[in-house]
Design a binder for this molecule. Structure first.
Ligand SMILES: [Zn+2]
Length: 247
């Protein structure tokens, strides 16, 4: 786990396969996403690393309810009792009333690629096949009166209720898996979309990128890959050019 402070009070935490974000304002913390089940300890350690503790978390926001984004968060939320908020269309997924996740069969079809196989083995170790639910998940209500004043940006496609979060004071965009800058399954770096087999609806995910382009930010904090300096408009243009077959 590494913690990179990208703006005052805004920390990108990079676990071994997925990121989360801590937004600190005074004593209070907003957590955005929370890793695999196997990242639960790292999530707590990341709070310690920024001088805070679980009791300082006032709420968690979820970009989407895949196991690598809520697996480490679920036990902490259950223990501490802070609210877990997500886009209205993502709540049923977070509660596991529906599942919109690539399963072992989807991954197996691509496991001839060495990077996909190596990632899958690592992901299973981190608890990718464990059933994770956040029964307390509720729909966020705007405006969000939370550290960082996050503004939700609906970006459906990767999952039906995928939501990015703009942190306007920091000029940072938490893009979740709508727009990433790398993934263990690919050698590509820089702004890009995830491999289509990870998306619940790839065509819709491609369109959702355009919701990010006009946002006013100077740094991208993705669900996977390092922080990327530049505007969302630039990042989206690069991702689209790659979708079109560029490098
Ligand atoms: Zn992810």
């Amino acid at each position: 786990m590494t913690v990179e402070t990208v703006a005052a009070g805004v920390h990108l935490v990079r676990g071994s396969a997925v990121n989360w974000v801590l937004v600190v304002d005074g004593q209070a913390v907003t957590v955005i996403d929370g890793g695999y089940p196997g990242d639960a300890g790292a999530l707590e350690a990341s709070l310690t690393a920024v001088g805070r503790e679980p009791g300082d978390v006032v709420a968690a926001l979820v970009t989407h309810a895949h196991v690598d984004h809520v697996g480490g968060l679920a036990p902490l939320a259950a223990r501490v009792g802070f609210p877990v908020l997500t886009g209205p269309a993502e709540v049923r997924h977070a509660r596991r009333e529906v599942v919109e996740q690539a399963g072992p069969a989807d991954v197996a079809r691509h496991a001839c690629r060495p990077r996909v196989l190596a990632w899958a083995v690592h992901a299973v170790r981190l608890g990718a096949l464990r059933s994770v639910a956040v029964p307390s998940a509720t729909a966020l209500d705007e405006p969000l009166d939370l550290p960082g004043r996050p503004v939700p940006v609906p970006t459906p496609g990767h999952t039906s209720g995928h939501t990015a979060y703009l942190l306007p004071d920091a000029g940072a965009l938490v893009s979740g898996d709508a727009l990433v800058t790398g993934h263990p399954t690919t050698a590509r770096t820089g702004p890009q979309r995830l491999a289509a087999f990870f998306d619940h609806d790839p065509a819709r995910a491609a369109v959702a990128l355009d919701a990010l382009a006009p946002l006013d930010a100077g740094v991208l904090l993705p669900g996977h890959g390092p922080a990327w300096r530049g505007t969302p408009e630039q990042a989206v243009a690069i991702a689209h050019s790659r979708d079109a077959g560029g490098t």
